[in-house]
Design a protein around this ligand. Sequence first.
Ligand SMILES: *Cc1c(COP(=O)(O)O)cnc(C)c1O
Length: 391
Amino acid sequence: MSDYEPQTRAVRTQAAASRHAEHSVPIYLTSSFTFEDAEEMRATFADEIQRNVYSRFTNPNVAELAEKLCLLEGAEAGHAVASGMSAVFATFAGLLSSGDHIVSCRSVFGSTHTVLTKILRRFGIGHTYVDADDPDSWEAAITGATRMIYLETPTNPALDIIDLEWAGELAARHDLILVVDNCFATPVLQRPLEYGAHLSVHSATKFIDGQGRVVGGAVVGRKDLIDDIFAFCRSTGPALSPFNAWVLSKSLETLALRMERHSENAMALAQALEGVAGVAAVRYPFLDTHPQVDVARRQMSGGGGLLTFKVEGGVEQGRRFLDAVRMSSRTANLGDTRTIVTHPASTTHAKLSEEERQAVGITPGLIRISVGLEDIADIVRDVTRALAASR
Ligand SMILES: *Cc1c(COP(=O)(O)O)cnc(C)c1O
């Protein structure tokens, strides 16, 4: 297998077939694994043999998913877990100790914000937020206690782009672990490890599943770091169900195709929305009007499936738009085959103060669209018709 290209290996990598020689990999829905004899069991528990023992530790389907992700992302090691948030939390908890400090981009996923501000704080792990559009401030935020730089690019929901090559150099200069939440781009469009990131974190729930079925997560990157994260997970238990791992692993086989079409459709919708009455500030990483379009085009091979725009008229106008769509789904997910519309100011980010929302680019009329795989003509019609109907 090793002489094939990464995409081929990601499609063809499978856990071992059973004696039935099935073509699709079986689901190893078992909580534990049996031993030939007392000696094999002793040697396993003494770490003399590596094998499956118990599915909280390892499972063939979970290992297959992690291996495929590693191939796509160019990572030497990886571990798949129960959700994107368990991947984020295990990355912090597996690598940091009380007294350590994280420099994090301010615009992070809502639950990551809660982990940083409310949970890690109780364990004596501090953080300083820095802004994606003010890279000069990042170096000043690094203290003697800083161990990690954490960022998302593109950010959610502002779609800011952070220059990964620059961030990689900053981390190397200060000997810090650089962690990138690569959920929006997926390994198909962006491989942070190639730019000096040490770990890439994923919510597999989003584009990796791609069809809105199961929750899962993963972290891939440098082996010594993954070993520590795995050790944390093994004992604390955010284990991914073998069934979910099987679904997600199958999905990886079509990820490249799907991301290509998500990107194509999102670009077409972004272009169609520019200049539409009542719409301002259409934002998409590959649009010429995006402030970091050059960086996006350098480090991403496609713009991804997410775009945002502002409806004129604020919160009420945003809610009216959401009510006016006929085809698109109103749901708190993204990265689905079906187009999804959300209004962050009245939903996912409603608990933040107006000031906090402004700081992460969430204006009252901001609409986020996760562009799906329907015919682009229907997607454009649904959004433009809803815009006209809600004015
Ligand atoms: C959804 C999401 C997460 C969390 O993933 P879950 O699978 O929901 O736990 C983390 N980061 C980003 C950018 C996300 O969109």
